[in-house]
Design a protein around this ligand. Structure first.
Ligand code: ADP
Ligand code: MG
Length: 323
């Protein structure tokens, strides 16, 4: 059973990023307004995610680690109507199978919280502790019990790069929550968590000038575009600071890039790229988002309409600023 667990875990937990992703998504599902992520050595030796969410009742904490014990999918119909990020009910089980994991948690109703420690799927400790409301997950020594899998990990800096990108994206997508990211003891960023997108972006990218971005608010024909973009005077040589979200998920999209470029038109100097952070909301029925957790490709059923919406959103925003 233990081996089956480890194999199954391989499908979910590929690398430190997978751990961070699952834990942060759980914190969001738990309604946390503050989420702190700390990693060491690219997350290979240490990941800690602390939240101030709803916590787990003491008598349910151990079962949270049971595979599928918590699956939120009751019917096939639910699958299309999922609003929470976690739905497979196997993340904690998978993480605990290939690491040494501690969960420290307390609900607002309980006076004492609990700490559960699991090494390679075996419960080592389950004890009452005093702790703040919310949940802390400490995950150490990834693949310590499956050394062959450790060799497929990239360098510490490559692994931490993936995590930094992910937490940055989450901080922007959920800018009404405070995120803090600490790497090898160094504070990389902490966001205000007050819903101010420009300040959030400026904090994540550590660029004060991004507080001067221009806000976009646009809607037509079932497409709503919000976020912020740079004035034509603030550009970069590449598209690295062009970030797109579709219905709250970060995506890569040539189509959206094209809409933005058309919106700026001749305002941009040759070879320059604007800085844009744009959230597109539309009927989910008109978009296919690759469901694989690590992929971000998106396909729009009506590409022309998406280009037109982005173009108009950018063009009108810039024109209004110039007027
Ligand atoms: P899923 O998120 O798919 O339900 P997980 O294995 O990720 O499965 O988590 C199992 C359960 O543990 C969750 O359904 C939730 O009830 C609980 N849980 C996990 N993390 C947290 C957290 N940070 N705060 C509160 N509850 C949590
Ligand atoms: Mg989950």
């Amino acid at each position: 059973k233990n081996i089956a667990d480890k194999i199954a875990a391989g499908e979910v937990i590929e690398r430190p990023l997978s751990i961070v992703k699952e834990l942060v998504e759980n914190s969001i599902d738990a309604g946390a307004s503050e989420i702190t992520v700390e990693i060491r050595n690219g997350g290979k030796t240490f990941v800690r995610v602390t939240d101030n969410g709803c916590g787990i009742p003491r008598d349910e904490a151990e079962t949270a680690f049971l595979r599928h014990a918590t699956s939120k999918i009751a019917t096939l119909a639910d699958l299309t109507a999922i609003s929470s990020l976690g739905f497979r009910g196997e993340a904690l089980a998978s993480i605990a199978a290939v690491t040494r994991t501690s969960l420290i948690t307390r609900t607002p109703e309980e006076r004492t919280g609990c700490r559960i420690t699991i090494h390679g799927g075996e419960v080592i400790e389950n004890t009452g502790v005093g702790c703040p409301e919310g949940t802390t997950m400490i995950v150490t020594d990834l693949f310590y019990n499956t050394p062959a899998r450790r060799q497929f990990l990239k360098s510490d800096s490559a692994e931490s790069g993936l995590i930094i990108d992910f937490v940055s994206e989450m901080a922007m997508a959920y800018h009404d929550r405070r995120f803090q990211l600490i790497n090898n003891g160094r504070n990389l960023f902490s966001t205000p968590g007050d819903g101010n997108l420009k300040k959030t972006i400026a904090a994540v990218y550590r660029r004060r000038e991004y507080e001067e971005l221009v806000e976009v608010e646009y809607g037509e024909n079932g497409y709503s575009v919000s976020g912020c973009i740079s004035r034509p005077s603030l550009t970069r040589t590449n598209r690295r600071d062009q970030v797109f979200f579709v219905n709250g998920r970060i995506v890569k999209s040539r189509i959206m890039e094209r809409g933005v470029s058309e919106g700026y038109r001749e305002r941009l100097a040759e070879g320059r790229q604007p800085v844009v952070f744009l959230f597109l909301r539309t009927d989910p029925e008109t978009v296919d988002v690759n469901i694989h957790p690590n992929k971000k490709e998106v396909r729009f059923h009506d590409e022309k309409a998406v280009i037109a919406a982005l173009k108009a959103a950018v063009f009108q925003t810039l024109a209004a600023k110039e007027a």
